[in-house]
Design a binder for this molecule. Structure first.
Ligand code: NAP
Length: 259
């Protein structure tokens, strides 16, 4: 399917690895020029070079912490006028409700709520003026099915979800769509790090922790960054103009709820 976005320009945050990279790759495959970001310059440069070589699109890379004001300013300055924005950042650490103080909540809110909101606020005026835009926020299954040990993530991402629910309706008349993609378990470094925590706390090998978790998913495997990216690129396509303010769960059927 031709996604109809060849020649468009996208900013994909936190995209040297994992789900962000999956989105960047799929947009590049559709002919979209990219500005990609991550903190680690080396992995980011490698990813940018691989995407350029594979898809022949322009890729600008900006090594910066997207959760800091200075980092966002650098990324947005390099990005200029973008047609597509994919927001993303690392997830907060797991823990117990009694572990977290005000500073932990502020860090989580900064990374997973206020950063995507700031990025949206920065690019929306241009998209509205040009009467076309696509925004996809990478959030989490924890928005629909909160995970007890991810209390910081649950709190920050539901806040973002509330903001998007209203804003998506405010900008829809101007040709701009905003939707959220909610990853269930995907095979990335983040999943390995969470599995390693379980392996250590339960005294089992990493492979066993992973197999146990895969067994809880109806498709009996983790999702891939490629599948995730393809869904993101579709939401950014010309065909998705009637999809507004949705929270799309990509979880292999893990959450058993009809509504
Ligand atoms: P990942 O494989 O660890 O990749 C994270 C990417 O983001 C890397 O490129 C990393 O590069 C970059 N990054 C992290 N913090 C950043 C920051 N402050 N500024 C700029 N770039 C940053 O993670 P993932 O699995 O793709 O997860 C992406 C998001 O989805 C996370 O918020 C995660 O919590 C959420 N999620 C993932 C899953 C899953 O199963 N994978 C499930 C639910 C939710 P640097 O480290 O070099 O900056």
């Amino acid at each position: 399917m031709d996604l109809g976005i060849r020649g468009r320009r996208a900013l994909v945050a936190a995209a040297s690895k994992g789900l962000g990279r999956g989105c960047a790759e799929a947009l590049a495959a559709a002919g979209v020029d990219l500005v990609i970001n991550a903190r680690g310059a080396e992995a980011l440069a490698r990813t940018a070079a691989e995407i350029r070589a594979a898809h022949g699109v322009n890729v600008t890379e900006v090594a910066a912490d997207i959760t800091s004001e200075a980092g966002r300013a650098a990324v947005l300055a390099a990005a200029g006028a973008v047609d597509i924005l994919v927001t993303n950042a690392g997830g907060p650490p797991p823990g117990h409700w009694s572990d977290w103080g005000r500073d932990d909540f502020i860090r989580a809110l900064d990374a997973n709520m206020l950063t995507p909101i700031a990025l949206m606020q920065a690019v929306l005026p241009g998209m509205i003026a040009r009467r076309w835009g696509r925004i996809v926020n990478i959030t989490s299954q924890s928005v629909k099915a909160p995970i007890a040990t991810l209390g910081l993530s649950n709190a920050a991402r539901t806040g973002l979800t509330g903001f998007v629910a209203g804003t998506a309706r405010q900008v829809a008349p101007d040709g701009v769509t905003i939707n959220n993609l909610l990853p269930g378990i995907h095979d990335t470094d983040r999943a390995t790090s969470l599995d390693s925590g379980v392996a250590t706390s339960d005294g089992i090998p990493l492979e066993e922790a992973r197999a146990r978790r895969a067994a809880t998913i109806p498709v009996r495997r983790y999702g891939t960054a490629e599948e995730f990216g393809a869904t993101c690129a579709f939401l950014c396509s010309v065909h998705a103009g009637f999809i507004v303010g949705q929270n799309l769960l990509l979880d292999g059927g893990a959450m058993n709820a009809t509504l």
